[in-house]
Design a protein around this ligand. Structure first.
Ligand SMILES: Nc1ncnc2c1ncn2[C@@H]1O[C@H](COP(=O)(O)OP(=O)(O)OP(=O)(O)O)[C@@H](O)[C@H]1O
Ligand SMILES: Nc1nc2c(c(=O)[nH]1)N=C(CO)CN2
Length: 170
């Protein structure tokens, strides 16, 4: 089975419930095994900054679903939760991004993996490194190294709910 890492973010409505809902839908999806969910982090908006703070998590999955189908699953969960795409980097009920897919480099019209902006985003790297499985995975090692070079306090990242609390709810 392939190791896949996703980033999930939300800054509209009941943010914590949105995360729980998205994780529950992933768990219910045939062919996906949920390995680990990170703690929940509250993070200041990056990119377009004049919007509410986000809650962000990372999840580790094992699956034989192809990367193209994984993207479709992410998009269908976004739709199920009622995401309306207003503008790039704007507020959203839920956003699921594929960070890493089995250490592969993927470049298609609809999918770029590793996610092109993940290595500059502390809101992605902090939860990802928390649940990172293998020290031998070059991409995860790179995430870890880059995070160490960042000053996370300046990035406005705080622990909102620890891993144990989140993972016992569902
Ligand atoms: N690794 C990836 N994970 C998810 N979507 C991706 C990825 N690579 C490319 N995409 C494409 O990006 C498109 C736009 O995604 P989305 O609306 O979530 O962007 P965004 O969240 O506003 O910005 P960002 O990509 O910087 O997080 C999707 O339709 C999808 O085809
Ligand atoms: N803190 C934070 N900022 C963001 C996020 C996010 O998930 N968290 N997602 C964005 C769209 O990709 C843009 N900015």
């Amino acid at each position: 089975m392939k190791d896949v890492y996703l980033s999930i973010g939300t800054n509209m409505g009941e943010r914590y419930e949105n995360l729980q809902h998205a994780v529950a839908l992933l768990k219910e999806t045939e062919g996906i095994k949920l390995v680990r969910v990170s703690s929940v982090y509250e993070t200041a908006a990056v990119g377009y900054t004049d919007q509410a703070d986000f809650l962000n998590i990372a999840v580790h999955l094992k699956t034989d679903v192809s990367s193209a189908d994984m993207l479709k699953i992410c998009q269908s969960i976004e739709q199920e939760l009622g995401r309306v795409r207003e503008f790039r980097w704007g507020p959203r009920i839920i956003d699921l991004d594929i960070l890493l897919y089995n250490q592969e480099n993927i470049e298609t019209e609809s999918l770029t993996v590793p996610h092109p902006r993940m290595y500059e985003r502390a809101f992605v790297l902090v939860p990802l490194v928390e649940i990172a499985a293998s020290p031998f995975d070059v991409q995860l090692q790179q995430a870890h190294d880059l995070l160490q070079q960042m000053d996370c306090e300046n990035e406005g990242i705080t622990l909102w709910s620890p891993f144990e609390e989140f993972s016992t709810v569902h």
